[in-house]
Design a protein around this ligand. Structure first.
Ligand code: FE2
Ligand code: FE2
Length: 308
């Protein structure tokens, strides 16, 4: 029998699946989730803890899977669906995470990129029009320290920050979201352990860390379908306004959208990879990073984090 892999993150929500889902153990396919089951609660948690990112379905059931994905996402984006926000957010977060991984694994695909770009546009309007969504997304803990999950979180904080800064241009916010989603492509390429404090990294890791924005940008710069703004965000998202970032750029020479992603990233780096509680992250930024991020960003992020 032929199997095709599907991403675990796309199977979230309370909707029943109409295909069988398998996991692969020692080259054997084990039926894990049966047709008619849904993918929630403990089951999802256990798989996340195992860091299992892919499951398998029968090739003959691929159409059923596609149909499930479309229905699931359509329901989640529908403000009139009557579903609770947490369920909707889980489905949407999973889809965004999957879009990020698809581009990371296959950046030469224009189709993957365009799909992720279109989805980024939908995501912005969802977050901006559902005030509670930021809090719901921030409550989805990144237990497996997944880079794509981090990308979704950073894009969400970046949208919230942009909204407070009064940036409403749809084209800009869409590219901000896509750039924030993909910002750590360089880490995906190097495969380094990001789950440690930058200050505590050994010299080899520190060097990889220092180079990840430019390495990530270098790999996509020649791809015609990548927007320049997205490349700027990947290249400049660790630039600090005092010029102490990897490229030594000051704020006036940095893409303003990259500066927004940098501030949003600083918060989620502390929470996801440095073990700082959500309630402390903004305060830590305020105490230790004044002069490295725009003060207004720190203050607004502090307001955003208070509402979570
Ligand atoms: Fe980064
Ligand atoms: Fe990051």
């Amino acid at each position: 029998m032929d199997y095709v892999s599907v991403r675990v993150s796309t199977l979230r929500g309370d909707q029943k699946i109409d295909f069988n889902a398998y996991i692969k153990i020692n080259d054997k396919m084990i039926l894990y989730l049966r047709r008619g089951d849904s993918f929630e609660g403990d089951r999802l948690k256990r798989l996340k803890e195992k860091q299992l990112r892919k499951m398998y379905i029968l090739t003959t059931e691929e159409q059923l899977y596609r149909g499930y994905l479309d229905r699931n996402l359509e329901m989640a984006y529908d403000n009139a669906s009557g579903k609770d926000l947490q369920t909707r957010v889980e489905v949407i977060q999973g889809a965004q995470q999957s879009n990020c991984e698809e581009v990371f694994e296959n950046p030469e695909s224009k189709e993957n990129y365009d799909y992720a770009k279109d989805a980024a546009g939908k995501y912005v309007s969802f977050v901006m029009s559902n005030a509670q969504s930021v809090s719901s997304i921030m409550h989805m803990e990144n237990t497996d320290k997944n880079l794509a999950h981090h990308g979704v979180t950073v894009s969400t904080l970046a949208i919230a920050l942009a909204q407070k800064l009064g940036i409403n241009d749809i084209k800009k916010t869409q590219l901000l979201t896509l750039g924030a989603l993909l910002h750590d492509y360089g880490h995906f390429l190097s495969g380094m352990n990001v789950n440690q404090k930058v200050a505590d990294m050994n010299p080899a890791d520190k060097l990889l860390w220092w180079k990840h924005p430019s390495e990530g940008a270098a790999k996509v710069r020649d791809k015609q379908h990548f927007d320049q703004t997205v490349i700027n965000i990947i290249a400049q998202h660790e630039e600090l306004i005092d010029g102490s970032g990897p490229l030594g750029l000051r704020e006036k020479d940095t893409d303003p959208l990259a500066t927004i992603v940098c501030s949003a990233n600083a918060i989620d780096r502390l929470i996801t990879f440095e073990g700082v509680p959500k309630s402390e992250a903004a305060k830590k930024l305020m105490l230790e990073r004044v002069g490295q991020h725009p003060l207004q960003h720190i203050q607004l992020l502090s307001d955003i984090m208070k509402g979570i």
